[in-house]
Design a protein around this ligand. Structure first.
Ligand code: RIB
Ligand code: CA
Length: 315
């Protein structure tokens, strides 16, 4: 029997790998992309919104509504990643901008209405700082009943990338991440332990860039930009979190108590994952404070997800 497409919403800070995720989410037949919310992160909010609409147009999905959300973190000052994503957040490739406008509704109410208005539970895929999601869960906790799960690109059970200990999306707004990670929602953490492992090589990017298909051509051009900064092969990054919804068997998950550090010290923005096998036997005062069980992605079938992404964006 034909499975019904999975209803999903993406929360993005488009950026290059957010674009990879949007192209996959917009084009894969097993997904029903209800809408996209935007937050500041890789680049300022206005640029995130413009980039997001440009990417959805390239995917042939101008029907997907886009909403602008938080322009800054809850407490921290914004810290953009323009060195990696380019001054415009999308590889400075001067792709034609969308003529569309975002919806005339703040992203938090947009998310509330999309989630509560859908007849099935919705899978939320944040691949950006969690400011919008924290505001949503704080202001409208009733949405939790209609969220199937969170599949978050963020965090790490090991080392960081924004700092020695913290991953960028969590580090950009740790207070928001703490709110989201402590909410009572089934959560998959697609973090740095797998984020860099799904590779696209130079020849594959050249073929994409030479494609007649706008989605493939866009992916190839922005992929070549980030390869010029970080080298080959590139990672599909955020798109891996979308792969995890389409094909969960490609990911190895283990569930551990996880908490976010919001102190102002060197660990700020760190996701602490308690993997001690004896953790339940030690005295409570040594348990991780404010932790909640999260399904942490520790291994990914890299070739499987790279093939899934390439086949979909060239279809
Ligand atoms: O740490 C990687 C994350 O930070 C990705 O979501 C990337 O787009 C940036 O937002
Ligand atoms: Ca992102």
């Amino acid at each position: 029997m034909q499975k019904r497409p999975i209803p999903i919403i993406l929360d993005v800070d488009t950026g290059i790998d957010d674009a990879f995720a949007l192209l996959l989410a917009a084009k894969h037949p097993d997904l029903n992309l209800l809408g996209v919310s935007c937050v500041d992160g890789n680049c300022p909010l206005d640029q995130v919104v413009a980039n997001t609409m440009l990417v959805l147009d390239a995917a042939g999905r101008a029907d997907v509504p886009v909403a602008a959300g938080a322009a800054r973190p809850l407490v921290a000052e914004p810290n953009y990643a323009l060195a990696v994503h380019g001054e415009d957040g999308l590889g400075n490739i001067n792709w034609p901008k969308s003529t569309r406008k975002p919806v005339d509704q703040f992203a938090v109410e947009f998310l509330r209405d999309l989630i509560l208005g859908h007849p099935e539970k919705v899978t939320l895929i944040p691949v950006a700082p969690l400011t919008n999601i924290a505001l949503l869960l704080t202001e409208y906790p009733e949405v939790i009943a209609n969220i199937e799960k969170l599949v978050i690109m963020g965090g790490s059970a090991g080392l960081g990338n924004a700092t020695a200990l913290a991953e960028f999306n969590i580090w950009h707004d740790p207070e928001a991440a703490q709110i989201v990670f402590s909410a009572d929602i089934p959560t998959v953490m697609y973090g740095l332990d797998v984020f860099y492992d799904v590779h696209i090589g130079e020849l594959q990017l050249t073929n994409l860039k030479n494609s007649e298909l706008p989605a493939a051509k866009l992916a190839g051009e922005i992929g070549e930009f980030i390869a010029g900064i970080l080298g080959y092969p590139i990672t599909i990054g955020d798109a891996g979190a979308v792969c995890a919804v389409i094909d969960p068997a490609g990911l190895e998950l283990e569930t551990y108590p996880t908490a976010v550090i919001t102190d102002k010290g060197p660990a700020r923005g760190m996701t602490v994952v308690d993997r001690r096998p004896y953790r339940d036997t030690v005295e409570n005062e040594r348990a991780l404070p404010d932790a909640r069980d999260v399904a942490v992605a520790l291994k990914v079938d890299s070739e499987r997800y790279a093939k899934l992404w390439l086949q979909t964006i060239t279809s």
